[in-house]
Design a protein around this ligand. Structure first.
Ligand SMILES: [Zn+2]
Length: 173
């Protein structure tokens, strides 16, 4: 049986994933949740309602299919149940990139792979020329020619103003 027949067969099965023992120790549960606090699966701002009387939590989420925000009200127990299934096991390593994309080796290996495949990274020197040509085509002037004396200027820096905090500065040379 080849790989694709196996994967087709497995895709046809409905899988129920075992998510571990019920957490009934409060201290342990708090540490467990705390481990996730750095980057929560649900932002605090999405929790919009809590009713002490009904013991319910209301939160909004973006429906990936309809691309609209929806409000869900759950009992406190159901809410915590849904939240903690995102908490990884102790010592569980979250891997986002692996192989030559892994953070440890990507800066060393990716350029070698790209050059072996003949993929040449667009050089930084080329970008200002594209931008220069775009301005020339769209607005009818050369942004690198000094409007006062007509001398050719050199693009050294791009400064992008930020809504908050200092502007982002990209040095070209
Ligand atoms: Zn000038």
């Amino acid at each position: 049986m080849d790989f694709f027949s196996v994967s087709r067969m497995l895709y046809g099965i409905i899988w129920y994933v075992w998510i571990g023992e019920k957490l009934d120790n409060a201290g342990y549960t708090a540490r467990y949740i705390g481990r996730y606090a750095q980057r929560p699966c649900l932002s605090e701002t999405k929790i919009v309602a809590y009713s002490f009387e009904k013991q319910t939590v209301g939160f909004i989420f973006k429906d990936k299919i309809s691309k609209t925000f929806k409000l869900v009200n759950l009992s406190v127990d159901d809410f915590i149940g849904r939240l903690i299934r995102h908490i990884p096991e102790k010592h569980f390593r979250m891997v986002r990139h692996y192989g030559f994309y892994s953070n440890r080796v990507r800066s060393e290996l990716l350029p070698k792979i790209k050059s072996a495949l003949g993929i040449v990274k667009e050089s930084l020197v080329f970008k200002p020329i594209k931008w220069r040509e775009r301005v020339l085509n769209n607005f009818g002037y050369d942004p690198l020619l000094c409007p006062e004396c007509g001398e050719l200027m050199v693009l050294k820096q791009i400064v992008i103003p930020a809504k908050y905090g200092p502007p982002k500065v990209i040095n070209i040379f």
